[in-house]
Design a protein around this ligand. Sequence first.
Ligand SMILES: Cc1cc2nc3c(=O)[nH]c(=O)nc-3n(C[C@H](O)[C@H](O)[C@H](O)COP(=O)(O)OP(=O)(O)OC[C@H]3O[C@@H](n4cnc5c(N)ncnc54)[C@H](O)[C@@H]3O)c2cc1C
Length: 292
Amino acid sequence: MLGEIRGEVRFKEQLSYHTSLRIGGPADIFVVPQDFDDIRHALQFAEREQLPVAVVGGGNNLLVGDRGVRGVVLRLEGALGRAEFHGEEAVVGAGVSLSSLIRTAAAQHLGGIECLVGIPATIGGALAMNARSADGSIADFVSAAYFLHPDGTLGEYKPGHGSIAPRALHFPPGSVVVGCRLRFTRRPFAEIQRDMRQRLKSKKSTQPLALASAGSIWKDPPNDSALRLLEKVGLRGKRIGGAEISTKHANFIVNRGGAGSADIIGLMELARDRVHAQFGVTLEPEIRIVGE
Ligand SMILES: Cc1cc2nc3c(=O)[nH]c(=O)nc-3n(C[C@H](O)[C@H](O)[C@H](O)COP(=O)(O)OP(=O)(O)OC[C@H]3O[C@@H](n4cnc5c(N)ncnc54)[C@H](O)[C@@H]3O)c2cc1C
């Protein structure tokens, strides 16, 4: 079945090349599918061989262990990379980059989704994580999402009005998101562009965008802000090995060079313990941790 894959199949591919933190050991079997059928073949192969499957989009929210990932890793960035616009809607493949979609839509005077500008993501990763800014999340624009079950059959998810959880669209465990339909709002290009510039400026001034990171490490606890709590425990600039709690944003950990997954985990444990000791709140990771 692997032989039927028309895209790329690599063995022992270093995942540090595929994560924004630049951390991660080898994937046993690394598949970059060319199309839908390739994903099916990879899923069916994994099911037959009883191997676990992990999905990587742009790798912007992932901490991969230094000893890597057993089984099959599907890398979707660049695969399923088409977006087709029909009036105020678009059908978008999971591998399309969120930022390029926002810009393509803007050029057609289609907006709303520019509230997510500056979030590094594939559409699949944005849907899986429900990528969000202070005033919106991708779930707000989704009229339908499509995924493959682990057995390769196609599923559809239609978020009902008012039923969207603020943090997640609900996909079955082990499914691979392959695309979605998104709804936009008509807005003049100049207005969208002005909005995007402001948002990018504010992101640049508050986040360490020039350094390797994975975005916010911790979720906001109910009715509170992880950043607020982390600022209070005073760990900005704290280092373990090559990893550092950003001096610019206490909820970011950056790889200053040569950091391993244990360095990141060490800083996470320190921050979680401090917040728990000072506020009695147990932070939950936003970052997805995979592998050994
Ligand atoms: C500098 C920086 C700033 C950031 N700012 C923000 C921000 O403002 N707001 C925000 O929400 N996030 C932010 N993030 C985090 C990150 O950009 C988002 O979580 C984004 O949605 C991740 O998309 P990705 O394609 O890189 O997913 P990945 O990191 O590759 O994957 C994330 C999770 O989604 C799963 N996944 C990915 N694709 C699929 C698929 N097709 N099917 C099923 N599961 C899939 C993966 O298995 C993994 O569990 C930031 C990250 C960085 C590095």
